[in-house]
Design a protein around this ligand. Sequence first.
Ligand SMILES: [Cu+2]
Length: 327
Amino acid sequence: MLNVRHMIIVIAILGAIAVFCVYIPAEENDATAIAEAAETLNQPPVAPIIHREGSTVTIEMTAQITDVEISKGVFYNAWTFNGTVPGPVLRVNEGDTIDFTLKNMDPNVPHSMDFHAVHAAPSKKFIDVMPNEEGHFSYKAESPGVFMYHCGTSPALAHIANGMYGMIIVAPADGYPSDADIDREYTIVQSEWYTEHDYQAFLNDEPTYVVFNGNDFGLKEQPFLAKVGDRVRFYVNNAGPNEVSSFHIVGTLLDRVYIDGNPRNVLYGLQTYLLPASGGAVVEVTVTEEGDYPIVTHQFNDAAKGATAILRVTKDGKDTHEPAMKH
Ligand SMILES: [Cu+2]
């Protein structure tokens, strides 16, 4: 038999549990619930449809749920653009009109598109596209550069941490002053992976992996390649959502950095360039000797969590297929 004192203790415990539940932010409940609803889906990647007519570029992308390999044998049930993380690299020219369609293949969650490359009223042009529907939007790309795009549906933190981001390059109308010197070009998107669909981990900024181009192994197994003496251009973007990137290439200097990829924002001879969350840059380097040049974020806790790539320099620019240098 419970006596009165026991009853009071039980009621107090139940009350405390009730109060605790009430104080879990609604956002967190929403994010967890919608993630659980989608967890059984694995939709094969759908290629984006991109074509140009004069100065109008038609781009059709999908929001979809796809498993992606973030470390060897480790898969994340990601929310994606077109089934890859990062999403496809988009290239348009300064002055182009982007005629954009987002098809939402996710049966459970609305998604949206926020292009950092355009002027647009977010409440009209970056709005949610409901499950199994499509949204159509038109923008002008008036500023050249290297920009992030991402899903901005609330809570944006969950949509970005789950994989919905990528890079859009708006090529300057008159090019970069250094165009004629460049021998090859590559793209790098830095981002974080957290415990799968764990909104609290996203909030706490506790990434399990920090990666270049979506995983911690691809750019070590298949290094970027260059020939001795080449001038190499990297289009870089830091998708975050939470970390900054101290972008650094071991064994060379950043001869030129165009901040956010705008040719008017040029810096010379840097050792490291700081990319804020969402920030981009065009980074140009010269490689003078054969060998492996690690590319890192110089925040070495993040480099140790995966954000390392290799630029392999050989006599003929072909891969030696040797194991990559560790850093
Ligand atoms: Cu989304």
